[in-house]
Design a protein around this ligand. Structure first.
Ligand code: NDP
Length: 493
């Protein structure tokens, strides 16, 4: 008996040891699961329970540079309602570039032209372009809230961030004071103002070369100030400088002060970084900064993870940020490549990631149809007025000239609270279905012959007329979705 018991306990011990080893192996293989919850798994969405709010946007793109527009092309092309908030500088940094020669498949194209093409492509697939900027975001609850500078409040199911980067400044005395009075970052914009001047370009990268070349067509002399003994620009860009006799490259030098007469830059203080020798350069007409860019992530501070250099953190090979359903690409999230082509490629990945994510969360055609009445409509502030008829002869006049497939009669009285509640809903539907449905309001306390003809027993009462025949009627007090689907099923054209 004792022997049997000890044999059994040995077996149990062996089984437990095997299980323990298996557990340890499983833990070691899947350490990531224990350390960090996958962003996808931390959010489960039941779209049917979403509060019906105005201004829902399934895919909201913030920015309009190459990354943003590429993401928008993919979102819109997959028939997901895509809204692009273009920001203060539609088209982004490429609109301030002269020629782009490294966009795959195009030998040479002006930056603004390339961006125009991308914008038109996204719009052609149905992306809605809004010329407005974001003033704040709230990612603490879903759908995510985005408030624009014009005061629109949007609720986004998924978001793409392509806010890019802004030109870096030196932070030296005089720089702010003479900003726009000779200190600038865009030679393509300001070069014509420097005819015959001596101007400085600060930096030794590709941007600096571009700025110098742009200026060389106008200025008498362009001095490129490089802080070390070498330039960072690519060899092909540096070669281009050789053809411009009025561009001088001055190495190991930094600017320390911008001076002026109160209205304009007149001179600068410089230092030789090798010898420590300082000098004042007189007769300087302009200072163009081309010392790189800083990612535009201020809006997202505290809500999305950022790197030490303030770039948005991207999870693995996908373009997802630290927040589920929020994606990013381009200069706002790329500290390494900073190329328009890479931004567009990553924007495509982000667009696809957003599509996959929405689908994984349960967003599909049926959800989209049910939510459509609540989608952000850029034309919602251009509401059409619903015509009022008070007699059968007025009805017949409208009916005989109507181009719309359906006529909807809205019977009401001014004393009926439900009718008043329905008024904005009817106006919304009239705007939304303009061209397809003609809405007519009938005050049932005046238009007795219309009430009699269409047998409206009480108010509110809706009658749908197609080809002169009544095809549906309802006494219900409906919300947007209900009224929309009640009418829509009779539209065939
Ligand atoms: P880069 O980061 O490539 O170059 C910045 C330059 O500014 C470097 O020479 C850097 O010097 C210098 N710099 C940085 N901080 C200071 C400072 N405080 N004082 C003085 N100098 C400073 O930025 P770019 O904007 O030139 O280019 C960004 C990206 O865009 C690159 O990948 C570039 O290839 C790309 N680009 C491509 C173009 C094209 O193909 N047509 C055109 C323009 C840009 P240091 O080297 O010492 O750090």
């Amino acid at each position: 008996m004792t022997r049997t018991t000890s044999g059994f306990s040995i077996c149990v011990k062996i089984i437990f040891s095997i299980l323990a080893v298996m557990c340890v192996a499983f833990f070691l293989n899947n350490r990531r699961w224990f350390h960090k919850k996958s962003p996808q798994s931390s959010l489960k969405i039941d779209f049917s329970t979403i509060e019906k709010k105005e201004n829902i946007v399934p895919f909201l793109v913030i920015g309009s540079g190459p990354a943003s527009l590429a993401a928008a092309v993919y979102g819109a092309r997959s028939r997901i309602r895509t809204v692009v908030l273009e920001g203060n500088k539609p088209g982004g940094q490429l609109t301030g570039t002269s020629y782009v020669e490294n966009w795959p498949g195009i030998r040479k194209i002006r930056g603004p032209e390339l961006m125009q093409e991308l914008q038109e492509q996204a719009a052609r697939f149905g992306a809605i372009m809004i010329s407005d900027s974001v003033s704040s975001v709230d990612f603490s609850k879903w759908p995510y809230t985005v408030i624009t500078e014009e005061g629109k409040v949007l609720y986004a199911f998924s978001i793409f961030i392509g806010t890019g980067a802004s030109a870096r400044c030196l932070g030296i005395p005089g720089e702010n004071e003479y900003w726009g009075k000779g200190v600038a970052t865009c030679a393509i914009c300001d070069a014509p103002y420097h005819k015959g001047d001596t101007v400085l370009v600060i930096g030794g990268g590709d941007s600096a070369v571009e700025e110098a070349m742009e200026l060389s067509a106008y200025a008498q002399e362009v001095r490129m100030i490089v802080r070390t003994d070498s330039m960072r620009a690519s060899a092909s860009m540096i070669e281009r400088l050789e053809g411009c006799g009025n561009i001088k490259i001055i190495y190991n030098t930094s600017l320390t002060h911008v001076n002026g007469d109160g209205n304009h830059v007149t001179s600068v203080d410089v230092i030789n970084n090798e010898t420590g020798e300082t000098a004042v350069w007189e007769d300087i007409g302009g200072v163009f900064l081309a010392i790189g860019h800083l990612p535009n992530t201020k809006l997202f501070k505290g809500q999305l993870a950022t790197t030490a250099g303030d770039y948005l953190v991207i999870e693995g090979r996908q373009q997802m940020t630290s927040q589920p359903g929020v994606f990013a690409a381009g200069d706002v999230a790329d500290a390494r490549y900073k190329q328009a082509g890479v931004a567009a490629g990553d924007g495509i990945k982000a667009g696809l990631d957003a599509i996959f994510w929405l689908s994984e969360m349960g967003y599909n055609r049926h959800v989209a149809e049910a939510m459509e009445p609540y989608f952000f409509d850029p034309h919602s502030d251009q509401k059409i007025e619903i015509a009022q008829i008070n007699s059968l002869s007025e009805y017949e006049e409208y009916a005989s000239s109507a181009k719309e497939e359906l006529i909807v009669l809205d019977f009401y009285t001014p004393f009926c609270p439900s009718c008043m509640h329905m008024m904005p809903v009817v106006q919304w539907a009239g705007t939304k279905l303009a061209g397809k449905v003609l809405f007519l309001k009938v005050d049932a306390s005046i238009g007795f012959d219309v009430v009699k003809k269409f047998q409206a027993p009480q108010v509110p009462h809706f009658v749908i007329i197609k080809n002169g025949n009544v095809v549906a009627r309802s006494n219900e007090t409906m919300d947007r979705a209900a009224l929309y689907s009640f009418i829509k099923e009779h539209i065939t054209l």
